[in-house]
Design a binder for this molecule. Structure first.
Ligand SMILES: [Zn+2]
Length: 395
């Protein structure tokens, strides 16, 4: 994401596909895959150091002890992973006579230093068909095959073309990320109205994470990472991985909802922009509002992850400063009174907006703010939108 309005440069989307190699192909893959440590020619210690400092720089929201453990886990599993990097020199996607998707990959067929290579058609699992529209026959974007247990996967980065046409009017979908509930609202400057709203309840996600965290502390029983057995560390590592997946799934479900609406507006002839708050503001506010709530759900990592996932799709993502988005009324711009259970409601003494969702009010302010900051001038220049004088926050 960028704070400069329309993001520039290339965008990529990484997708992972399960491969279904035959027995013979498995044997060949076994011969061709190499450990990450060998490929990167970097010592595990060096690698750990780098991850550790990266997390520190990002002010990742965990204690040093936990960080230590995580870094050890990550590096160990990562470095011992077996991988085969691919590019246009040794593979491509093919769909021979519409039989389904395969990768045609060049594999070394003999042992040792021999350069003998053979082409193999490895099938891609058919249940991965939600990705079929992303794969193009004959393409070979950078990819990597990796092994996990007995399974083989292919992760490929595909360039994403952003949907944008300069002559179209724009609608902005403002998104307010919260710990209990996300809210989004679509602002159409042409009509001056909010034409669609949605909420996404995070309680189920939170419940699952807490359950996993309980399991982690049951294993840890207050001990230091160094006091854990290899097996226990392995278990904990798997549980952290599950937390990551739960969050990704939550993000994915919410993003799918957002994209459905974005697609519909694109079809109707609009450019669609997603607007979110800058990361800094969110976590600051999260700390204040929900101190005892969930560490994972309000970590910077979690929000950044959302941003990355959203930005890897077809629509522009812009960031706005979070100043006043939760304090002012989206309808008239006056300061609101915050009240209700968990302080999730607002009432505006100025225009009479009563018991309105605080999250939705923020989402709407974010949409208006992004529109004013990045697109209002363009629309005015093009003369296709009348500037609305009183919609929400000023400047
Ligand atoms: Zn008001």
């Amino acid at each position: 994401m960028s704070g400069r309005g329309r993001s520039s440069g290339e965008n990529y989307r990484a997708i992972t596909l399960r491969l279904e190699p035959t027995k013979k192909q498995k044997r060949l893959l076994e011969r061709n895959l190499q450990t990450v440590v060998k490929m990167l020619e970097i010592s595990r210690y060096e690698f750990q150091k780098q991850i550790y400092h990266k997390f520190k720089e990002e002010q990742f929201d965990v204690s040093s002890r936990l960080l230590d453990l995580m870094v050890q886990r990550i590096s160990k599993s990562l470095m011992s992973n077996k991988v085969l990097p691919l590019d246009e020199r040794n593979y491509k996607f093919v769909n021979p006579s519409g039989r389904g998707w395969f990768i045609e990959v060049l594999l070394r067929s003999a042992k040792g230093r021999s350069r003998k290579e053979a082409k193999e058609l490895i099938p891609i699992c058919r249940t991965d068909n939600k990705y079929y529209s992303d794969i193009i026959d004959g393409t070979a974007y950078p990819a990597v095959i990796y092994q996990q247990g007995d399974d083989y996967f292919l992760t490929v980065t595909i360039p994403v073309e952003k949907r944008w046409e300069d002559e179209r009017p724009v609608v902005v979908i403002g998104i307010d990320l919260n710990q209990r509930k996300h809210a989004a609202s679509l602002y159409n400057p042409e009509t001056g109205r909010f034409e669609w709203n949605t909420f996404f309840d995070l309680e189920p996600v939170d419940r699952k994470i807490k359950e996993i965290q309980r399991k982690i502390s049951q294993i840890q029983r207050g001990r230091k990472p160094t006091e854990l057995t290899e097996e226990e560390r392995e278990q904990i590592n798997k549980l952290y991985e599950r937390i990551r997946k739960v969050i990704d799934k939550g993000h994915g479900d919410f993003i799918r909802k957002l994209l459905e609406v974005a697609d519909a507006y694109w079809e109707k002839g609009y450019d669609v922009v997603f607007a979110v708050e800058e990361l800094k503001g969110i976590t600051k506010r999260a700390g204040k509002d929900y101190a005892p709530f969930n560490r994972w759900l309000h970590s910077q990592w979690c929000y950044r992850r959302f941003g990355i996932l959203l930005d890897s799709r077809q629509y522009e993502v812009v960031e706005v400063s979070p100043a006043y988005t939760s304090k002012l009324c989206h309808r008239c711009g006056s300061e609101v009174k915050i009240h209700g259970k968990h302080k999730r409601l607002i009432t505006c003494p100025s225009c009479g907006l009563k018991d309105f969702s605080r999250d939705l009010n923020s989402a709407r302010n974010i949409a208006i703010k992004a529109y004013k900051e990045f697109y209002a001038k363009r629309a005015k220049d093009a003369g296709n939108v009348e500037m609305e004088a009183d919609a929400g926050i000023a400047g």
